[in-house]
Ligand binder design. Structure first.
Ligand code: ADP
Ligand code: MG
Length: 663
């Protein structure tokens, strides 16, 4: 609901447009100076002699034009109202008159010829002219086009959809379901209008070859921003209704009395206009109940007739002798309307947030005044609520430095207001953070805290974890793990390495035995797979090798984590180094503190991870040794088995058994 100024009532304006005719009635006159339409009435003499003397009725209006120039008529009757709409006032412009008097010509005109364009096209042009002249206003427009045909409502911008309903809420009337088409350019708006026009109901009869058989309401809804600043503005909304009423007609004159569709249409039009007139009458009489709901057009025009709207009517007259009755009837309708008063509100929609902000600002100002008053009453110097200037901040910094470094006096630290106290806290925090950083540096220099090493870029991009030479990932060949036990083999190990048989390949090409290697290998496989001892030893070695592989994978994962942690530590250190020169403010301090705290946790994680790596590295070493010992034992036992069973390659089975018997 828009907020607005106090209500001020305004009258409905009536303009008269006279359709040019070759046979004007001598009974029809206009008085330009007083804007009066005068119609002579023949008064019957009581004695029966006809047309004995003449009476005259006068209708006073706001303006009269006989011009056929559409532009001239728009300038004198329409432009001001559209301007009001653009300023944020609801407006309605109604064309009324008998059939064929020029209502549709005035409102719609002929779109094909520029000079013949009617009010609607000209209003659209004026609106977009204004929009282009003031792009900052952010004018947004929506168009609706409604037709009321035989008391049915049709959406002309939505394929004559009938799914519409009139809703009345808090005194406002709107049509649920009616399309509201947003338009950004004049061309789009004109296109909308032309499309709607194509959907209208027309018929041809004796008086008008292209007679519109319905009431139409072309509505433009506008939203725009007003305000001094782009960030703080109010939204103004307004609605402009351009109404082309169907013309009332005498059935005889339009030759529609014989029946059929046109007769039904004519009756419906006449009835709805009659009901509209009844509503006007009720408003004029000040009746408590106004029968707006009797017809669609009256309820839809409710606001225009008695609500928040600036309303104007163009009364189209066709001053031929033949239509004198209709001219009088139409003029009487206009006269009734002219005495009605509506009210007009500047429809400003204030954004809730802006409203709250303004309210809070006011509340703060009031509270500050109250505090100042209290201080004054207690004889204290007044407080300043302004933000601290750079100069004041600089002085506070000096005071704090003096206090911390030179044993300054506590009393010298000023505590005047909240902003100052906050600033002091951030200065203390800044000092504490920088002290901690210095302390950590000193401790690490003296080896009291394990320093975090910067990651060293290698060819493959994998950093060396420690100087103890454990590498993972895609480390280059020269950076391969360095096994200290392998670097200095013991004499036993040397011996065993000679004896070593690969469990899978069993290819001891370097062995010292003199027997043929294929025979020995064959026997080794036999020992491994058939003897109880060989099977046991082989399975033990395999299980230890599996454990070794799993542990290696685990260590690899740990090293990857370690490298990531190291990278994170390196990044944070880099940021902290860059921020060193940054100008001090409380935000920067809290950012720095966050970084330091993150750095601390990363270091803890890194050290935990590092301990795990060391532990599992020892496990790996132990496993390697155990496997080595097992293999050694395996080979030794194979050796003795081989000596016993196989080292006589040429002996027969009897010789073997005999030898075994000797053994
Ligand atoms: P209404 O809508 O009132 O029934 P129209 O606007 O359709 O009547 O007018 C009927 C015809 O009269 C139109 O074709 C139009 O050319 C012509 N006409 C009406 N008023 C004027 C005018 N002021 N100047 C020129 N032609 C007019
Ligand atoms: Mg018409």
């Amino acid at each position: 609901m828009p907020s607005g100024e106090p209500l001020s009532s305004i009258g409905i304006k009536v303009h008269v447009r006279i359709r040019p005719t070759a046979k004007p009635s001598p009974m029809f006159h206009i008085e330009d100076q007083t804007n009066t339409v005068l119609i002579d009435l023949l008064k019957q003499n009581g004695g029966g002699a006809p047309e004995s003397f003449v009476d005259q009725i006068a209708f006073s209006v706001n303006s009269i034009t006989q011009s056929t120039d559409q532009s001239e008529v728009y300038e004198s009757c329409g432009r001001a109202l559209v301007k009001d709409f653009l300023e944020g006032y609801n407006a309605t412009f109604i064309a009324y008159g008998q059939v064929g008097s020029g209502k549709t010509y005035t409102m719609a005109g002929d779109m094909k010829v520029n000079a013949h364009r009617g009010f609607i096209a000209r209003a659209i042009h004026q609106i977009f002219e204004e929009k282009e002249a003031d792009p900052g206003s952010g004018i947004v427009l929506y168009i609706s086009y409604l037709e009321i045909y035989q008391e049915g409502m049709y959406d002309l911008l939505n394929q004559r959809s009938k799914d519409l309903m009139i809703i009345e809420e808090s005194g406002y009337v709107y049509i649920r379901g009616l399309a509201k088409i947003p338009v950004e350019t004049e061309a789009q708006a004109l296109m909308c209008f032309s499309e709607g026009e194509k959907q209208r109901s027309y018929a041809c009869h004796q008086i008008n070859q292209v007679s519109s058989r319905s009431h139409t309401i072309f509505t433009l809804c506008m939203e725009k921003r007003v305000g001094r600043f782009k960030t703080e503005y109010d939204t103004v909304v307004a609605k402009l209704n351009l109404v082309d009423l169907a013309g009332f007609e005498r059935l005889k004159k339009t030759n529609t009395s014989t029946g059929g569709r046109m007769r039904v249409e004519a009756c419906s039009i006449n009835k709805s206009l009659c009901l509209l007139e009844q509503a006007l009458y009720a408003i004029k009489q000040g009746q408590e109940y106004v029968p707006f709901r009797q017809s669609k057009i009256s309820i839809i025009l409710k606001e225009a007739l008695s609500g928040n709207c600036r309303t104007e009517l163009i009364l189209c007259l066709w001053p031929e002798e033949y239509f004198l009755d209709e001219t009088i009837k139409a003029s009487r309708f206009a006269q009734r309307l002219k005495v009605l008063r509506t009210f007009s509100i500047h429809n400003k929609k204030i954004d809730c947030c802006v409203l709250n902000e303004r309210r809070h600002a006011q509340e703060i100002a009031n509270l500050q005044q109250e505090l100042a008053l209290k201080d004054a009453l207690q004889g204290r110097p007044g407080l300043s609520f302004d933000d601290l200037t750079g100069e004041v901040k600089g002085k506070l910094r000096e005071t704090i430095q003096d206090f911390l470094q030179n044993d300054g006096e506590l009393e010298r630290i000023p505590i005047d207001n909240q902003k100052q106290v906050r600033e002091l806290f951030s200065l203390f925090k800044e000092s504490q953070v920088s002290l901690r950083a210095k302390l950590e540096k000193v401790l690490s220099e003296h080896g009291l805290v394990e320093p975090i090493e910067e990651p060293q870029e290698t060819e493959s991009g994998v950093g060396e974890l420690t100087n103890q030479g454990f590498h993972v990932g895609i480390a280059p060949p020269h950076a391969r793990p360095h096994n200290p036990s392998a670097s200095k083999p013991s004499p036993d190990e040397i011996h065993c390495s000679h004896l070593m048989l690969d469990y899978k390949e069993a290819d001891p090409s370097n062995d010292v035995w003199e027997t043929g290697s294929s025979f020995r290998n064959h026997k080794f496989q036999e020992y491994k797979h058939t003897t109880v001892m060989g099977k046991q030893q082989d399975s033990l070695i395999k299980s230890k090798q599996t454990e070794l592989r799993t542990t290696k994978c685990h260590v690899k994962d740990l090293c990857e984590i370690s490298n990531n942690l190291k990278q994170d530590i390196h990044n944070i250190k880099k940021i902290l180094k860059e921020q060193h020169e940054e100008e001090f403010d409380s935000n920067a301090i809290s950012r720095k503190a966050d970084l330091y705290s993150r750095l601390k946790y990363l270091k803890v994680d890194f050290h935990k991870n590092y301990s795990q790596i060391t532990f599992f590295k020892n496990v790996l070493q132990k496993l390697n040794q155990e496997i080595f010992v097992c293999k050694e034992g395996f080979l030794k036992s194979f050796y003795s088995w081989f000596e016993t069973h196989c080292n006589h390659p040429n002996e027969t089975s009897e010789e073997y058994l005999a030898r075994m018997g000797q053994v």
